[in-house]
Design a protein around this ligand. Structure first.
Ligand SMILES: [Zn+2]
Length: 322
């Protein structure tokens, strides 16, 4: 069996972080080279996309700088602290009255870019929350540039009539060891160690999952919908669709609830294909919130034993169907 060093592979991927725009393209180049060196044939699905790119994000509380990151699609001013919201609360930014915000992830002691908003917004660390609350004057400014580029889904295996389609996205907000260099490593391990599955399985290293200006139905999972558009017949005919996202910090388990799938594989026709979609991910979603889309999502959080367990689960599930 081919030797595969998960941790080594993950470290190589996160060297390109944040894997957005140029970082994402470098990661695609790396995955392609990695496959070429191992004589694994693949094909590329190119698609056009556009992401918000932070030019500037400054927040001051009583003139003191508060570290922050932009979490928005448009730039502008944050004139006060009136809209201080949790970024992991569903629909927290959907109030039509809100025209700007300062957001935080209450579980995370770092800046967590958990949600992106259609108006000027910055994320701060929960540990700086008091500084905002206690300040008399809070003011911020954000500058966003729209960056267009050609993203690449990398396809390995049977793309004509696969019985199973398996996805793992390789882009990231910030470091993204758990989300989702870990999932990419598990999928790569299965390709290398179970090459016979390539006859019946299509493995997709998915681009541009995290964020795009594609708003309908949502800003995330653009790469999945690009695949859905071109490979709709393969999706219809496949017996099973697997998505690996966020593994390695605790044992992985299978999820098939709508909210688990909506956040990771938001096809246009998710409702229709839902009965055959399964997500493999860390079972402890609450534990995961402390690092979500933050610089705490590093290799230190990943345990090799959980990657091995995830790989076993994936392989078992694939072989069951073939
Ligand atoms: Zn993810």
């Amino acid at each position: 069996m081919t030797n595969f060093n998960y941790m080594d592979f993950i470290n190589q991927i996160i060297a390109f972080s944040p894997r957005q725009y140029k970082g994402e393209i470098k990661t695609a180049n790396f995955i392609e080279d990695y496959l070429k060196k191992r004589n694994i044939t693949f094909s590329i699905q190119k698609f056009k996309t556009k992401i918000p790119f932070e030019k500037k994000a400054i927040l001051r509380a009583d003139k003191k700088i508060i570290p922050c990151k932009s979490t928005c699609f448009v730039g502008g001013k944050i004139p006060n602290k009136n809209n201080l919201i949790s970024s992991i609360c569903e629909d927290s930014g959907n109030d039509n009255m809100i025209k700007y915000n300062i957001n935080f992830n209450p579980y995370c002691n770092s800046i967590s870019c958990a949600s992106f908003y259609p108006y000027p917004a910055v994320a701060i660390s929960a540990k700086d929350l008091k500084k905002i609350i206690n300040a008399k004057e809070v003011k911020g400014i954000v500058e966003i540039e729209q960056k267009s580029y050609i993203a690449r889904n990398i396809l390995v295996g049977n793309k004509i009539n696969p019985e199973i389609i398996c996805f793992a996205h390789y882009d990231s907000i910030l470091t993204g060891a758990w989300d989702n260099a870990s999932g990419v490593s598990v999928m790569m391990a299965n390709i290398l160690q179970s090459p016979s599955t390539l006859k019946n399985v299509l493995y997709v290293f998915t681009a541009n999952e995290e964020i795009s200006y594609d708003k309908i139905p949502a800003y995330w999972c653009k790469g999945f919908r690009a695949f859905e558009k071109l490979y709709i017949n393969q999706i219809k005919k496949a017996k099973k669709i697997i998505v690996i996202d966020g593994v390695g910090i605790s044992p992985s388990s299978w999820m098939n609830k709508y909210e688990n799938l909506k956040s990771t594989i938001l096809f246009k026709q998710l409702d229709k294909f839902m009965p055959k979609i399964k997500r493999l991910g860390s079972s402890t979603s609450k534990v995961a919130k402390f690092l979500y889309h933050s610089e705490l999502d590093t290799i230190k959080q990943i345990k090799e034993k959980y990657l091995v367990q995830t790989h076993k689960e994936l392989n078992k599930e694939i072989l069951k169907e073939l």
